[in-house]
Write a protein that binds this ligand. Structure first.
Ligand code: IMP
Length: 179
């Protein structure tokens, strides 16, 4: 991983988590999920766009049979949560009696999940859990049960490995933090 700062939209970021550190955390989470869901056929519900890289690495390491769908829920602009969450798009599967695992890039205020969970629960699944790459505990504004967290991070803005700053940075294999 590079040791120098990068600039995105005139904002400076410094290296924060290397691809190797991310891989270690994602591998550990995949092992937990593989053990917990052994003998079941979970349906992973991946929240786009930020969750795509985490989901790919996580699900490559999930050992059991599973199904995977991609949805969209939220709009997010700049470095602050807008608090505006759109409806779920793309969930055509029948989720009744299914074990759902929502795959998210980051739980920040928790507003996105706060809106998504009741909508999913109303469809009658057998269970719903959240698997998130990042969790910012200091930022959480809602009661959320987060069973599967790869990494807890401070309340700073991060970019890379699927996460963007105004549309840029999602392709970076390492994660950077705003300075
Ligand atoms: P929440 O609804 O406040 O929990 O925010 C969830 C969404 O905000 C995530 O899915 C991200 O798209 C975005 N977000 C929150 N914090 C960050 C960050 O540090 N970097 C990039 N996106 C973020």
């Amino acid at each position: 991983m590079g040791h120098s700062h990068i600039t995105i939209h005139n904002k400076a970021f410094r290296p924060y988590l290397s691809a190797a550190q991310l891989e270690e955390a994602v591998t550990a989470l995949a092992a937990r999920l593989s053990a917990d869901y052994a003998g079941r056929l979970p349906l992973f519900v991946v929240v786009l766009t930020g969750g795509f890289m985490f989901a790919a690495d996580l699900l490559k390491r999930f050992t059991g049979p599973c199904e995977i769908v991609f949805i969209r829920v939220a709009s997010y602009e700049g470095t602050g949560s807008t608090g505006e969450v759109q409806e779920i798009l793309g969930l055509r599967e029948d989720v009744q009696n299914r074990h759902l695992i929502v795959v998210e890039d980051i739980v920040d205020t928790g507003t996105t999940m706060q809106h998504l969970l009741p909508t999913l629960l109303a469809k009658g699944p057998a269970s719903v859990e959240i698997a998130t790459l990042f969790f910012k505990p200091a930022s959480l504004k809602h009661e959320l049960r987060l069973r599967y967290v790869a990494l807890e991070i401070p309340n700073d803005f991060v970019v890379g490995y699927g996460l963007d700053y105004d549309g840029l940075g999602r392709n970076l294999p390492d994660v950077y933090v705003a300075v």
